[in-house]
Write a protein that binds this ligand. Sequence first.
Ligand code: HEC
Ligand code: HEC
Ligand code: HEC
Ligand code: HEC
Ligand code: HEC
Ligand code: HEC
Ligand code: HEC
Ligand code: HEC
Length: 423
Amino acid sequence: MQKPIRVALVAAWCLFFVAGTGWAEEEENCLECHEKRSPMVVEQWRESAHGREDVSCMSCHDPDISKTIVSDLCKEKVAVVVSPAVCANCHEKEVEEQDGTKHATTMHFFVNVLQEGWTVKGANNDPERATGCYPCHGSVIKDELNWVNWPNNGVGRVNPDGTMGTCTVCHSHHRFSLEEARNPTTCGRCHLGPDHPQIEVWEESKHGKLHAAGEKWAPTCTTCHMAAIKDNVSGKEISPATHDIGNRLYWEIQAPLTTVQKDKIFFKPQPEVAKKNRERMRAVCLQCHVSRHANAHFEKFDKVVVDYTENYFKPAKKLYDELKQKNLLSPRPFDDKADWLFWYLWHHEGRRMRIGAAMMGADYAWWHGAHDTKIRYIELWQEYKRLLELGRADPVPYLPGAVFEKGPNLRPGIDVPDLRKMQ
Ligand code: HEC
Ligand code: HEC
Ligand code: HEC
Ligand code: HEC
Ligand code: HEC
Ligand code: HEC
Ligand code: HEC
Ligand code: HEC
């Protein structure tokens, strides 16, 4: 140990006895260095519910609490990674609710179930994934921390103790704030952009506009997807506040082929669960609207789902499948123009159309949605005709940034526990 630190330690130790602050001994041990070194951490913690309730640094950073990665930069060993298993010691309900959600299981889904073209089949590389997938979806933290996986604040982070997810996505350390979690921009860090524009849709809806104008009755993301639902007349709670963000969804509208909600491990449709979810979402609306108003919304939305599926998705998929079947596409992902056109049709425009209709953003439902999907269909049709005439596949010889064929390890660090095998 370096000399100045030892002197500081002795000084702090004396102070502890003299001043008798009431802080636990381990607290004193952390603050003696981190008060100066990390003023942000200490101030946020002091002002938080945790600081006020004497939840000590070691209640989260004690390396014995969960199997984790340990740092020896401090006087004693501390946990660097703080997983939901740590929070579960005091917030079991929230951790259990989050556990089985799409947020927590997203890496299982796209690595094990979907075998996604970008991560698993190597259409891109580590720097692209570490900056462009994992900050939202989560990284895989196994035996060591490195630039690919750390630091990470993605919803489905795979922690060293095997747990999935992280709570600091919405409650950043060390304030662990409810206000932050309830703010739509917190969700909008990930729920935005050309392929999942939930924040833009909400902002342009009447609800978002009223929220911007300061109306307290304007519903936010958490009002509809997480907050408790109450029956105005009886005053009874219909459904409690929840960290299960899928709890009120009927459809899987992010998917190429929209189906009713699926379970999050095997991904089998669950019509009964979906129906209950819909009733919960309807009950959300009825806290502010009459049933005629709410029902008309869901009727419109469901008709758009059918419109997208029957008039856009299925005909486009038929063209794409025919190209594959006739060997007019290369087997690798994303190196043919038709791969991209088909993908854009469901992943960008087709999603915008459905998300716009779900959350009342007319500009997204039509201009960025149905309108753009029509144009994309025409482009796919033209490419389909071109390839039929050409009579062979016409992929790019070199896909920039892809690691396929450069093997042997196309998916470094992407080894996600398969939840199907743990059932
Ligand atoms: C003797 C001084 C000292 C004490 C006491 C101390 N730390 Fe640290 N801590 C450090 C230093 C130095 C770093 C590294 C700072 C850097 O890299 O910029 C650090 C880093 C950390 C990190 C990040 C570790 C990593 O590897 O990324 C955590 C978490 C942490 N401290 C928590 C604590 C907790 C909790 C306590 C109380 C049990 C504590 N520290 C006590 C000096 C100390
Ligand atoms: C309620 C749990 C909790 C408490 C209490 C807590 N921390 Fe942390 N701390 C975390 C989490 C979560 C992280 C981020 C690690 C992760 O993402 O897994 C973290 C990260 C850190 C870091 C690295 C910060 C950075 O951005 O580089 C330091 C240093 C640290 N904690 C010190 C402390 C100290 C000192 C205390 C007491 C004053 C404390 N922590 C109390 C949960 C906690
Ligand atoms: C040792 C027990 C303990 C641990 C571990 C713990 N908390 Fe807490 N937490 C509390 C207590 C006590 C409160 C204040 C009373 C309450 O709201 O239940 C609190 C409050 C909260 C709140 C509400 C804050 C507010 O302003 O009302 C959030 C959010 C929270 N904790 C998140 C977390 C997260 C995330 C973790 C893990 C990184 C964690 N806590 C770990 C005990 C703990
Ligand atoms: C800005 C945050 C963000 C980035 C960056 C991002 N995603 Fe996503 N991703 C999301 C969100 C949010 C959804 C959910 C969309 C929805 O439900 O409408 C999603 C959905 C998905 C899905 C669909 C899962 C399902 O349930 O059908 C896959 C697969 C996926 N992303 C993979 C990736 C990959 C691979 C990358 C990097 C190449 C990436 N994402 C980059 C936020 C992001
Ligand atoms: C997707 C964002 C999000 C994530 C991730 C998240 N929370 Fe929350 N959390 C919220 C919101 C929003 C609220 C406030 C709900 C409300 O207004 O009723 C909340 C409330 C809480 C509360 C206060 C509950 C109460 O009854 O007052 C605690 C404690 C808490 N969260 C802990 C956690 C823990 C532990 C985790 C990780 C398992 C976690 N949160 C992950 C958004 C999130
Ligand atoms: C750090 C990024 C991130 C943040 C912040 C975030 N989400 Fe998500 N969310 C995702 C990703 C990624 C998915 C898609 C996972 C998948 O489909 O595999 C998702 C999926 C969802 C879903 C679909 C769930 C399902 O079962 O199909 C809902 C609803 C949702 N998020 C709501 C919210 C709300 C509300 C907030 C804010 C309180 C929020 N999210 C904050 C990344 C995030
Ligand atoms: C007025 C209520 C309401 C508000 C406010 C709201 N949503 Fe939604 N959200 C819905 C409805 C309704 C659906 C469609 C549910 C279904 O499948 O039947 C939905 C669907 C979703 C989905 C699933 C989309 C998919 O691709 O599967 C996500 C993710 C989502 N919302 C996130 C958000 C975010 C983030 C915000 C805030 C920026 C938000 N929502 C605001 C009502 C709302
Ligand atoms: C917390 C209250 C609240 C909740 C919950 C809520 N809304 Fe609203 N909504 C409003 C307010 C306030 C307005 C603006 C009234 C107006 O139309 O002038 C509004 C407007 C609307 C509009 C626009 C009407 C128009 O004239 O264009 C639609 C559509 C709508 N809501 C549907 C829904 C649906 C569907 C749900 C449930 C998924 C829902 N709302 C949940 C408060 C709420």
